[in-house]
Design a protein around this ligand. Structure first.
Ligand SMILES: Nc1ncnc2c1ncn2[C@@H]1O[C@H](COP(=O)(O)OP(=O)(O)O)[C@@H](O)[C@H]1O
Ligand SMILES: [Mg+2]
Length: 1050
């Protein structure tokens, strides 16, 4: 930030605390002057802002400037009223407490402007929503309304506040301006009826006459000419170049509608303003008896008339408005002329039973008129403030923090000073007391109390003047009240005498009589002089009693109660407190309200803006050394600086300091176990505070330079975000964990339910299974009993199961029919039946699927079986071997031999071994069956031809050999005898042979041995034996022995 400062900003010293010659008033002034000439009107003394009135518009209040100052540490940018405003706001937000900004300085020093600037800054910088903007607009626009009615041109200031104003701005916890409240203090009512030369009445009168619509003026019976009105011409300066009444009028008109004034309110309000002007023009003349008589029928006409118009034309807006019955009603005062006239020229005296009206002298009547005008205006002003407060009121009851702005009339010294100046200056004395209390006195007392080493700074305590004014029984206020209230002829001069008597010796009080020779010259006889903290003021005692009494004759009030004007009606209620009891005097009321104000301020943190007026001529660029020096002096700025310099910019109770900054040190975060003071010690050691930067008091830490604190605060801001993130993360974690836990519990619950459900299902299943198994076992156990409840199911299951299995395990062929599944006992019969059925079915299927050739072949096999089954041992083995048509193809036979027998049609041929008849030597031969005979061939030779007619039979053994003996009929010796052959296809050959010869009984199965004819008459024997191995040999007995192995042992 430092870098962004321009050279101009660095002129002089921005903070007087940094001034080397800090005790030198001249150095102080030099710095102010130097900066003033560079238009640097703001300078700090620590956190106090000194502001010089530039008397010209400076380009330092733009939105851009506001943005620059928003949220930036106080000392980082050039001094500015915005920096102070921002600092107050941020302190309020962080510490959540109430604050006030005391703006002081003499009249015209720039207090009201400063106040407006602060308000503007908040309006722009605070959070904005539709509702908040509404409040903001009202806060801002309440100002021009109050200024119109409460400010006036004085010799000191063209826009001098003639009332004190304390305004609370209420903020919610987010920093939004949510409401406000205004307290007003003692309006200078006398201005309504009298202005000194060079001064004006309240702005509103000129604004109305100058800016009001033609229509409006006509309705109000006003002329557009201020000179026409007695109440506006006394100062002889109705027109002021610095004030634009016409444009101000427009602003006020607009503001009134924003601040919630209804059309009717506004009409009545201006009715009153006009009434006051009319009242001022009332002229009384002495009648013959010297009593006051009223002649201005014109004014009376306006004041008293209730104007009813059928035209519905709003004089305010210059437009047609709808009113009830189409009658437009306007009241100025709306009091019957008779009543008003009576009220202004007579005084009602209540004798025991009757009321007597005593006529006024002209002077009295004028006095009564003015009193009425002041009362009307004064009460209307209070009504106005209340009305504005209603519109600013915050309806939300949640706790708010507040920043108060105190802009009260400044110290005033005119050539002639009266009761008003006395009150105003007394008020300034009180505020100076407060300032001293809060800064100089309490600050030094605090160091002492805290045991911090300290060299006291002397300062002027204006308590002595406050006491002079307000002390009970002895103070000027008491004496004044006493004079007002005491019976007998009390006058302003008896008051003066009383004062001289009682407080004559007071060092701050002097009168013409008490003064020394020299001073006496400057004092008139009716003057008294007070030596205020801000300088001497000579007051003219004339009018003190009157103004303090503020008497509105009783029938004056009664007259007003008859008004038709709603505001007046409201301001003069019929039930006014006991009219006989004297109301409190003005100064006492004022004193009480100041006590109230000091109480309000006492509960808040103070901030100060000290306004200084650079010259009396309201001229820009002129720095009047004497004038400024005087203000610097009486505002106590030098003392303040000295205390600041010697003291500590910042102090906080250990607990509060530790609480705020403990996150900055690991030892103190999150909790410090020891005492707060020890904690702070540890903390600042960690932060590296140098010994001269701080002091440890009894209950507080004192930090010398703001920069030390700012560095700490900056560190805290950084740390805060980190902590916030951490806490946020922890919290989020905690929440997520919670969620997770919940989900987990939910999941477990669901799981449990699901498992329970599944388990229950499983149990049901098992129960069901157990029942089934039980039934099954029972069924099994009673399976052989007749079908009943116990075994019905089981049996049906067995049946079903057997039948199903059977279906899948049926024999594939008929040959496997014995592989039939063994049935359970109950199905034995069924099984048998089914087996038969199945076999029949298979047979049928087989038979249907068989070919003619195969059938023939099988028939042959049947024949073989017929011939050999159960007779020859090797038969079963042959069954499997299918028969062929022949075992020797035509191609394998000798062509020559074939040619010889071809004509007989060869039916079957097979290789054989022939055993010689003599010696039984084996010879391989071919045996061929033709249609007519069997041939034994040896290559091309026909070794033997046996006609079937000569074939007596064929012998085979019952064993497993392959021998066959063909027995032939031998008639001739030359003829060859029986044939002994061995044939591997014995069954096939013999079956074929039997088919060819169409006989089957010619085959004889023999046991042990067989005889055969070697030649006719010569026999041979073949013995068949079973043995270990198959052998054929000629035995010693000459028999051919054929040993064959038993098929059973194979
Ligand atoms: N900051 C400022 N910038 C410009 N002009 C200012 C400033 N402060 C005060 N003035 C001028 O001085 C006049 C008097 O200021 P004002 O605030 O009314 O004084 P006070 O309230 O102290 O009597 C204003 O009308 C305005 O012209
Ligand atoms: Mg002011």
């Amino acid at each position: 930030m430092e870098a962004s400062l321009t050279a101009r900003d660095r002129v002089g010293i921005q903070d007087f605390v940094l001034l080397d010659a800090y005790t030198s008033e001249t150095a102080f002034l030099d710095n102010l002057r130097k900066r003033f000439h560079e238009n640097l009107i703001y300078t700090y003394i620590g956190t106090l802002l000194v502001s010089l009135n530039p008397y010209k518009e400076l380009d330092i209040y733009s939105k851009k400037q506001m943005d620059t100052y928003m949220g930036v540490n106080f000392f980082e940018l050039p001094p500015h009223i915005y920096a102070l405003a921002d600092n107050v706001f941020r302190t309020m937000m962080s510490e959540f407490n109430n604050h006030f900004i005391l703006i002081s300085g003499e009249s015209g020093a720039g207090k009201t402007e400063a106040c407006k600037k602060i308000l503007h800054f908040y309006a722009v910088s605070c959070p904005s929503t539709k509702i908040l903007n509404n409040v903001r607009d009202r806060l801002l626009l309440s100002n021009p309304v109050l200024e119109a009615f409460g400010n006036a041109k004085t010799l000191k200031n063209d826009n001098s506040s003639r009332f004190g104003k304390y305004m609370d701005i209420q903020f919610d916890h987010q920093g939004g301006a949510v409401g406000g409240h205004i307290l007003s203090y003692l309006l200078e009512k006398s201005r309504v009826v009298h202005q000194n030369h060079g001064e004006r009445n309240f702005h509103i009168f000129y604004q109305l006459v100058d800016g009001g619509d033609e229509d409006l003026l006509r309705w109000l019976g006003l002329r557009r000419d201020c000179q026409h009105y007695n109440y506006l011409v006394q100062g002889d300066c109705a027109k002021v170049s610095s004030v634009n009444d016409r444009s101000d009028w427009r602003t006020v008109r607009k503001a009134l509608s924003v601040v919630d004034f209804s059309e009717s309110d506004v009409e009545h309000l201006f009715g009153i303003v006009a009434s006051v002007l009319h009242l001022g023009n009332l002229k009384f003349e002495a009648d013959t008896r010297g009593y006051a008589a009223l002649h201005n029928s014109q004014e009376m006409h306006w004041l008293s008339k209730v104007r009813r118009e059928t035209k519905t034309h709003s004089f305010l807006a210059g437009r047609i408005i709808n009113t009830c019955n189409g009658v437009f009603v306007l009241q100025l005062l709306g009091i019957p002329a008779q009543v008003l006239q009576q009220g202004l020229t007579h005084r009602k005296i209540e004798a025991k039973t009757e009321e007597v009206f005593s006529p006024f002298s002209v002077d009295h009547a004028v006095y009564a008129r003015d009193a009425l005008a002041k009362a009307v205006y004064g009460r209307t002003f209070n009504w106005l403030v209340n009305k504005i407060n209603e519109s600013l009121a915050n309806v939300d009851s949640s706790r708010k923090t507040v920043i108060g702005l105190l802009d009260i009339y400044g110290f005033e010294v005119f050539t002639v000073n009266s009761f008003e100046q006395f009150c105003i200056n007394y008020c300034n004395e009180k505020l100076q007391q407060l300032f001293i209390q809060l800064t100089l006195k309490s600050e030094q007392a605090e160091y002492e109390m805290e045991g911090v080493e300290w060299e006291p700074v002397p300062y002027f305590n204006n308590k002595i003047i406050c006491d002079l004014v307000e002390e009970k029984h002895r103070g000027i206020i008491s004496l004044l009240d006493e004079e007002c209230l005491r019976p007998g002829e009390a006058t302003d001069f008896t008051l003066l005498e009383k004062m001289e008597e009682i407080i004559g010796g007071h060092p701050h009080f002097v009168t013409h009589k008490l003064a020394d020779q020299k001073t006496r010259k400057s004092l008139a006889r009716g003057d008294f002089r007070l030596l205020h903290y801000a300088g001497e003021v000579t007051y003219s005692v004339v009018g003190f009693l009157d103004k303090n009494n503020d008497l509105l004759y009783r029938n004056g009030k009664e007259v007003m109660q008859q008004s038709k004007n709603l505001i007046i009606k409201h301001c003069f209620p019929p039930s006014e407190p006991d009219q006989k009891k004297r109301p409190e005097t003005v100064v006492t009321q004022f004193k009480s309200s100041l006590v109230g104000l000091i109480e309000i301020l006492g509960t808040k943190e103070p901030w100060y803006v000290r306004c200084i007026k650079p010259n009396e001529a309201k001229e820009p660029g002129r720095f009047d050394d004497v004038l400024v020096r005087h203000q610097v002096k009486y505002l106590g700025l030098m003392e303040h600086l000295r205390v600041r310099r010697a003291g500590f910019a910042y102090r906080r109770k250990y607990e509060i300091f530790l609480q705020r900054y403990k996150p900055l040190c690991p030892d103190t975060w999150p909790n410090w176990k020891g005492t707060a003071a020890e904690g702070v010690q540890v903390l600042i050691k960690h932060l590296g505070y140098q010994p001269d930067e701080y002091k440890m008091g009894r209950t507080k830490i004192f930090i010398r330079h703001p920069r030390t604190l700012f560095a700490t605060e900056d560190a805290f801001q950084v740390c805060k975000h980190k902590l916030a993130t951490k806490i946020q993360a922890k919290y989020k974690g905690y929440r997520v964990k919670g969620d997770y836990q919940k989900q987990k519990e939910a999941a477990t619950k669901i799981e449990n339910c699901w498992r329970g459900l599944m388990a229950r299902k499983e149990r049901e299943k098992r129960e069901w299974a157990v029942a089934i198994i039980k039934r099954f076992i029972k069924g099994f156990m009673t399976r052989n009993e007749p079908s009943g409840a116990d075994n019905r199911e089981y049996l049906s299951y067995v049946r079903h199961s057997y039948l199903t299995r059977l279906r899948e395990n049926l024999p594939k062929t008929l040959l496997h029919k014995d592989l039939w599944l063994t049935p359970p006992p109950i199905l034995k019969e069924t099984s048998l039946f089914l087996k038969q059925l199945f076999i029949r079915h298979m047979v049928r299927k087989y038979v249907q699927g068989i070919t003619e050739e195969r059938k023939a072949l099988l028939l042959l096999k049947v024949q073989t079986s017929f011939m050999f089954k159960g007779k020859k041992e090797s038969y079963p083995l042959s069954v499997r071997t299918p028969f062929l048509d022949t075992r020797i193809g035509i191609g394998d036979m000798n062509m020559k031999a074939l040619r010889m027998i071809k004509h007989e049609n060869v039916k079957y041929s097979v290789p054989v071994v022939k055993y010689d008849r003599n010696g039984f030597r084996p010879r391989p031969r071919q045996l061929v069956f033709t249609r007519d005979a069997a041939y034994l061939l040896d290559e091309a030779k026909i070794k033997q031809r046996i006609r079937y007619g000569s074939l007596k039979g064929v012998s085979v053994s019952n064993l497993s050999d392959n021998f066959l003996i063909l027995h032939v009929t031998c008639d001739d010796v030359k003829q060859k005898g029986d044939l002994v052959l061995e044939c591997d296809f014995l069954f096939e050959a013999l079956t074929k042979l039997s088919a060819i010869v169409d006989k089957c009984d010619f085959i004889q199965v023999v046991q042990d041995s067989v005889r055969f004819d070697i030649q006719p008459g010569r026999e041979g024997v073949v013995d068949f034996r079973s043995g270990q191995e198959s052998v054929v040999y000629r035995a010693k007995n000459g028999h051919l022995t054929v040993k064959s192995t038993s098929t059973k042992s194979r």
